[in-house]
Write a protein that binds this ligand. Structure first.
Ligand code: SF4
Length: 425
């Protein structure tokens, strides 16, 4: 059976100039708002933002493909009701379900929690490793974070770890400096450089922490002395770091930074801007906590919730063969970690339409595949995303009409919410 799109209607992708003058980009943790709204003219995207990452995300989400709008069940294309029914029956039958990916907006995240609760699933984001390390540091030591707006308006000194993180968050400095009062440049200091290993950075921060808490100058080398002089001469210092650069020691570094800033704040004004939140990770983490009281890497079980950040990871449960179904939900990207061994599981893919161009490859990795393409919030649908500072929820506007359902509407169908009035967890 072969339909033109999941809803059974003929696809007529309508791409026109958005009535909004401004656009909000969903493709990294900065969730930049106030960008000129892109639009199609003569088959080309005009008004592209001056950010390569946004450009790549836009082009992927807007490029037409032969298979992007088709639901796919087992080994053939099917219509949406059929795909929904196949997924429902799979979830009812299978008992060891892991929901991951989780590139979703706030509404999608809410439905994910309900889905996990209904089918007793484990939930974790694809960036769960870093997310759980930073969460553990907050659980242990608390947080002394600031918002992006605070850095823009108040900081006069920016301290970075290793490098200015302008690959993962390309417009970071533009946002801090150009959007700040007076459009002024801020002083910058980088601790170490990009070649430093995680261990070397950790050691440097340990020395800094030791000096700040004891005032013993034996811990000060030339670099740290210069750094302390700069902090001494500034009114407001922001320490900006991206935990994704420190996959092994993110938790230790986060704890050390809190210790350093806690002591420094006795005499100075210093804060931390932690850049997390790519692909809806902070959105999903926060919605999970709002709704259940516990973070991701938790397992629902007959109305109870078991949180275990070491045990409930997708790669380890796949290795131990403790799951039979993976529900991978991802509306912002078309990635599916190549290192995951999916050969013995059923894969339910609720994702970016560009997965449609990769179905043969994905199917060759799994025992069974059911795929429903969904709109990207901020492109084919409106929505809300939490910015990487973990403080602001940013509205996303719809840019084009592509005829695809959103993640939350697909999950509502799966839950039969409209018919059965399935309530909050
Ligand atoms: S910096 Fe990030 S959010 Fe801003 S335009 Fe680039 S990809 Fe989009």
């Amino acid at each position: 059976m072969f339909d033109r799109n999941p809803s059974g209607k003929k696809i007529n992708m309508k791409v026109e100039r958005n009535e909004e003058i401004f656009w909000t980009c969903p493709f990294c943790a900065l969730v930049c708002d106030g960008l000129p709204s892109p639009f199609f003219k003569d088959g080309l995207i005009e008004n592209l933002p001056s950010c390569q990452k946004a450009e790549i995300g836009l082009k992927k989400a807007l490029t037409k493909s032969t298979k992007k709008d088709l639901a796919f069940g087992r080994k053939k294309f099917i219509n949406l009701p059929n795909a929904i029914e196949q997924i429902r029956s799979k979830l009812r039958k299978n008992e060891r379900i892991f929901i991951s990916g989780l590139g979703v907006d706030v509404a999608g995240a809410r439905e994910v929690v309900k889905l996990a609760c209904k089918f007793n699933a484990v939930v974790d984001h694809k960036y769960g490793d870093i997310l759980s390390k930073v969460s553990k540091s907050i659980q242990n030591k608390g947080a002394l974070f600031c918002s992006l707006s605070e850095v823009k308006k108040r900081a006069d000194l920016l301290i970075f770890l290793g490098t200015i993180p302008n690959i993962r968050t390309p417009r970071l400095l533009d946002r801090i400096e150009k959007e700040g009062p007076g459009n002024s440049k801020k002083e910058k200091y980088i601790i170490g450089d990009a070649s430093w290993s995680e261990e070397v950075m950790l050691l440097k921060l340990q020395k800094l922490s030791a000096f700040i808490s004891t005032s013993d100058k034996q811990y000060l080398d030339d670099d740290l002395e210069l750094l302390m002089n700069k902090i001494d001469g500034s009114k407001y210092t922001a320490i900006i770091w991206d935990p994704n650069f420190y996959s092994d020691y993110a938790e230790d570094i986060a704890i050390l930074l809190v210790e350093i800033v806690r002591h420094l704040n006795v005499n100075y004004r210093v804060s931390i801007l932690t850049l997390g939140g790519d692909e809806g990770s902070l959105t999903m983490q926060n919605v999970m906590v709002w709704m259940t009281g516990l973070p991701l890497r938790s397992k629902f079980s007959l109305g109870n919730l078991d949180y275990d950040p070491h045990r409930f990871t997708l790669s380890s449960l796949l290795k131990k063969k403790e799951i039979d179904t993976v529900v991978w939900i991802s509306c912002f990207s078309d990635d599916l970690d190549d290192s995951l061994d999916l050969s013995e599981i059923s894969l339910i893919l609720i994702g970016h339409k560009n997965y449609g161009n990769k179905l043969d490859k994905i199917m060759s990795r799994t025992k069974e595949l059911i795929y429903i393409p969904v709109a990207t919030n901020g492109i084919g649908a409106s929505g809300y995303l939490m910015r990487g500072d973990g403080v602001s929820i940013i509205p996303l506007c719809k840019l084009v009409t592509d005829g695809l359902m959103t993640v939350d509407s697909v999950i509502k169908e799966l839950l039969g919410e409209k018919e059965e009035g399935y309530g909050d967890v």
